[in-house]
Design a protein around this ligand. Structure first.
Ligand code: GLV
Ligand code: GLV
Length: 333
């Protein structure tokens, strides 16, 4: 695979949209190989594919641990993740091997996820998806004062858990809709407090007060099942929960129970605990899919074409920096 005279082998585990791959190919001393399978590689395929790589451009569907890094070889210098999240990469294995890990915190991705979270909040409040299904199946027989009565978002409380860039971008939109923003995080975001009159509070207070609870934390040991039975128990019965972060941040079984018992009013999920499976528990037989007060999207909160393009360029730039002996732009420590 190695081109003659090229000093660095760069592998990309799947075709990605936009300028990222062309940017890599434009480097004279890079030999770039892109997987043509157009699906996630199996563990065995991934190990074979990365052999000899100096840089791996990985997708969030590629679990990259020490065995993959060892399969690449000692020359491996960087794993650049084509994602904002990085829970698919084993950071301690990378550190042990001196491999740099970067993510791609694209501004447009942050805007994109924020728009998606707000679209979901509006979709739940206005019952867009179930109304659409109703009209499509020919059930609409005339205006009815009680048909699909929803709720307003204006004047309600929007709770943001996790105020990284995506959380802040979402808060800004909630504020623009006339909602009161409350947030919880391990640290305060003073600028957001000033700009949006957002109020900092504990997770517990937030859960008690929020009409919409939107999750924007990375998946870490400390955020796994951040929202579980006890948390649902604190929420308003009218609350909507939105997860555009990572599936395991919410205990899906507890969510299912909360929805079934009317503990909360609805949920919108872009990510799943056992992605791409929709329900965690096989006995529940895809119950989430049957619920009208649930909106489900297939991990597409960051799927605007502009955003995906920018993300690829960021991943490529991290690879170019590290292979030219410069510090990475977006290191994960
Ligand atoms: C998408 O989920 C991402 O982390 O970019
Ligand atoms: C509803 O369509 C109204 O005119 O009030």
């Amino acid at each position: 695979m190695r081109k003659q005279n090229s000093r660095f082998t760069v592998v990309v585990t799947r075709q990605i949209p936009g300028g990222g791959i062309p940017l890599l190919r434009a480097q004279k001393d890079f030999a770039v190989t892109v997987s043509t399978l157009n699906r996630p590689l199996t563990a065995a395929e991934l190990k074979k594919f990365v052999k000899g790589a100096d840089a791996i451009l990985a997708l969030l569907t590629d679990p990259v641990d020490g065995t993959v890094m060892d399969a690449a070889g000692k020359q491996l210098k960087i794993v650049a993740n084509y994602a904002v999240g990085f829970d698919n990469i084993n950071l301690s294995d990378a550190k042990q091997r001196g491999v740099v890990v970067t993510n791609a915190p694209s501004e447009l991705i942050c805007e994109n996820v924020a728009e998606h979270a707000i679209a979901m909040a509006l979709g739940l409040a206005h019952r867009i998806v179930e109304s659409d299904k109703f009209v499509r199946k020919g059930a609409y027989c005339g205006w009815d004062p009680a048909l699909f009565t929803g709720t307003l978002l204006v004047g309600k409380v929007f709770g943001i858990i996790g105020t990284g860039r995506i959380g802040i971008a979402t808060a800004r939109r909630a504020h623009a809709l006339g909602m009161h923003v409350v947030y919880s995080d391990t640290k305060r975001a003073p600028e957001m407090e000033k700009e949006l009159h957002a109020r900092y509070c504990s997770k517990e207070e937030l859960l008690q007060e929020a009409d919409v609870v939107s999750l924007h934390v990375p998946l870490l040991p400390s955020t796994r099942h951040l929202i579980d039975t006890a948390e649902f128990a604190m929420m308003k019965k009218t609350a909507f929960v939105i997860n555009t972060a990572r599936g395991p941040v919410v205990c899906e079984k507890a969510l299912l129970r909360a929805l079934k018992t009317g503990r909360i009013a609805g949920a919108a999920l872009d990510v799943y605990e056992c992605e791409p499976k929709i329900d965690t528990d096989p006995n529940d037989h895809l119950e989430l899919r049957l619920m009208d007060n649930v909106i489900l999207t297939p991990h597409t909160a960051s799927a605007a074409i502009e955003a995906r393009g920018q993300m690829g360029e960021i991943a490529a730039k991290n690879i170019i920096a590290v292979l030219s002996g410069k510090p990475p732009l977006n290191p994960i420590k």
